[in-house]
Ligand binder design. Structure first.
Ligand code: FAD
Ligand code: DHB
Length: 398
């Protein structure tokens, strides 16, 4: 016999999408329960993205969960594109005045959101196995797990790319668009002072490298590696040697090294499932779409989705109208596809493709020269990188 619980919105997944949605709903007086497969320690330690767009920063700050981010996060007003023996700065302050990014680790956002939910009496259930969704095409959907049934008005599938939500939608109801890339990213976190003040995106014949950071004493790096690379092939000395090889390409730049705290390999993929809804199940974040990390968009798209979803659900409770819920997918997909294109474009511009012929390399160099010399092309990069402003949706932005 299943024990019964009830909430207004059942949320699957305690990543940035699920947690922020739960918080935004709470601010509107709407109850939710978050069900997470992993432990609290695990989700708080999972090292992933680090670049927050202006709109994500504003959303977190306006929602009252941005205090530590505003104190400890690193505002950046530009990035460097490094290639052909020189660095070229894309200057956000000139190209997109008033808009910038903040470097603040995803797991810090997750910690802040968990703390805020728990302080407000919110319910997050960790280490919940065997989540299943039911009756999605009725007004009374529910979620079962471990001998319990959670009845709700809506289910938010915020359980990432490998979650159960999207897979529970009947075949044929979704259209999938995807692309895989012939490389992966090896990411490390290292206890060493960053060797740069701003992020460096480095293009080389040997492959792409990225120098990022998390604070005054912590650096984050990524290396393009073959798609089947294993961490066993990448002892620390090899990682540092390759980072030096790909980043020490301008006169006078020396890369500081230090102990490696964490290593991981991330496959590169573009993926969109449309529509982002089936009946009373709404998909948000990586559950609905994946981008290669080159444009730093994954986490920001997750935040943008749930901002729209919280408003649409709020509108339904306030007015009984499903108008905004019916537009949820279409509104989100507009931003999603812009980010898909930008992430694919940045990836294509900056990586070495196995199949690349000399012609392809010349095209990359030509576009890099264009983007670093034309104000129009640089503005295109800058406005996408800091994030396209939110469009008014319902009362949002009004
Ligand atoms: P997630 O953060 O994936 O959260 C989903 C949550 O659902 C997880 O906590 C998961 O444990 C839980 N879950 C899954 N299945 C179930 C289930 N059946 N039941 C209950 N809970 C479940 N983006 C960048 O911009 N830069 C990067 O460097 C970068 N690195 C990444 C590295 C990795 C390994 C991955 C996977 C992603 C990376 N991303 C990066 C993308 C970015 O981190 C994601 O876009 C972001 O996490 C999306 O947030 P989300 O809440 O939608 O999904
Ligand atoms: C980071 C990750 C990215 O994908 C990116 O494009 C820039 C920075 C980071 O983890 O710091």
């Amino acid at each position: 016999m299943l024990s019964l619980m009830r909430t207004q919105v059942g949320i699957i997944g305690a990543g940035p999408a699920g947690l922020l949605l739960s918080h935004l709903l709470h601010l509107r007086g709407i109850s939710s329960v978050v069900l997470e497969k992993r432990s609290r320690e695990y989700v708080e330690r999972r090292v992933r993205a680090g670049v927050l767009e202006q709109g994500t920063v504003d959303t977190l700050a306006e929602a009252g969960v941005g205090e530590r981010m505003l104190r400890e996060g690193l505002p950046h007003h530009g990035i460097e594109l490094r290639y052909g023996g020189a660095g070229h700065r894309i200057a956000f302050e000139r190209l997109v005045p008033g808009r910038a990014i903040t470097v603040y680790g995803q797991q810090e956002v997750v910690k802040d959101l968990i703390a805020a939910r728990l302080a407000a009496g919110g319910e997050i259930r960790f280490e919940v196995p065997d989540v299943a969704v039911h009756d999605l095409d009725t007004d009374t959907p529910s979620i079962t797990f471990q001998g319990e049934r959670l009845e709700c008005d809506f289910i938010a599938g915020c359980d990432g790319f490998h979650g159960v939500s999207r897979r529970s939608i009947p075949e044929g109801a979704l259209t999938v668009y995807d692309r895989t890339y012939p490389f992966a990213w090896l990411g490390i976190l290292a206890k060493v002072k960053p060797s740069t003040e701003e992020l460096i995106y480095a293009y080389n014949d040997e492959g792409f490298a990225l120098h990022s950071m998390r604070g005054p004493e912590i650096s984050r790096f990524y290396l393009q590696v073959p798609p089947d690379a294993s961490l066993d092939d990448w002892p620390d000395e090899r990682i540092w040697a390759e980072l030096k090889n790909r980043l020490e390409t301008v006169p006078g730049f020396e890369l500081a090294t230090g102990p490696i705290l964490e290593k991981g390999i991330t496959p590169m993929r573009s993926f969109v499932a449309e529509p982002m809804r089936y009946g009373r199940l709404f998909l948000a974040g990586d559950a609905a779409h994946i981008v290669p990390p080159t444009g730093a968009k994954g986490l920001n798209l997750a935040a943008a989705d749930v901002r729209v979803l919280a408003e649409a659900i709020g509108h339904w409770y306030e007015t009984g109208s499903a108008d905004l819920l019916d537009r949820y997918s279409e509104v989100c997909l507009k931003r999603v596809w812009r980010a898909q294109h930008f992430s694919w474009w940045m990836t294509t511009l900056l990586h070495t493709f196995d199949t690349d012929d000399a012609y392809g390399r010349r095209l990359q160099r030509s576009y890099l020269d264009y983007v670093t010399s034309s104000e129009a092309a640089a503005t295109t990069l800058a406005e996408n990188y800091v994030g396209i402003p939110f469009e008014p949706f319902g009362s949002l932005g009004a």
